[in-house]
Design a protein around this ligand. Structure first.
Ligand SMILES: Cc1cc2nc3c(=O)[nH]c(=O)nc-3n(C[C@H](O)[C@H](O)[C@H](O)COP(=O)(O)O)c2cc1C
Length: 186
């Protein structure tokens, strides 16, 4: 199973949450830092950057609250990314104040819905109260990553089993259909 964690971060909080989630994930994980203007211009280059989400089974979008909305750099990415259809998508948010979380989550949901993307769940962290709490919350972020990846891994394995079964037995079924006697000729 392969996971992409796509996030924007200015002062490092969302990056730490992204890394904590990554540490809980089972299988391969790519961390993709987004530094895109709302017009889609990249402000820095990194080798791991991609808009192509085809290789991934599980995708996390993470951003920080800016005036109670999800940061526009992440919005710019969501508008432009490719092959996200039928993927399992989760979110995470950091915000200074707890009252901003709901508004920011709603805004992220709207941005995703505009592309017909369903967000299965969203993890949120407030960042106002200092390092001790943040460490505890990072442990929760790791647990969130672990729980989600276990669920999605099971789904991926089930789907792979169905595909393998169809590949192995598809020709037998096709032969059976062809050799099935016509009831009118009996
Ligand atoms: C310009 C600006 C606007 C912000 N707006 C909000 C806001 O509306 N609500 C909130 O709770 N926090 C707000 N914050 C705080 C950030 O969301 C918070 O510190 C976040 O964890 C920063 O993430 P980062 O360290 O990954 O950049 C704002 C911060 C900045 C710099």
């Amino acid at each position: 199973m392969r996971t992409a964690i796509i996030y924007c971060s200015k002062s490092g909080n969302t990056a730490k949450v992204a890394q904590a989630i990554a540490s809980g994930i089972i299988g391969e994980v790519d961390l993709i830092h987004v530094n895109l203007t709302p017009e889609g211009i990249m402000l820095d280059w990194q080798d791991s950057f991609t808009f192509d989400l085809a290789p991934y089974d599980l995708i996390f979008f993470g951003g920080w609250a800016t005036l109670m909305k999800i940061h526009p750099y992440l919005v710019a990415y969501i508008k432009r990314c490719k092959y996200i259809e039928n993927k399992k998508v989760y979110g995470f948010i950091t915000a200074a104040a707890i009252f901003s979380i709901g508004h920011t989550r709603d805004n992220l949901t709207q941005v995703l819905n505009a592309r017909n993307i369903h967000m299965s769940d969203c993890f949120s962290v407030t960042t106002l109260l200092g390092l001790t709490l943040t460490m505890r919350k990072l442990a929760k972020a790791r647990a969130f990553g672990r729980k989600v990846s276990l669920e999605v891994k099971k789904l991926v394995e089930k789907t792979d089993n169905i595909i393998n079964w169809r590949e192995e037995h598809g020709s037998i079924l096709a032969n059976l259909r062809q050799t099935k006697p016509n009831p009118q000729s009996i």
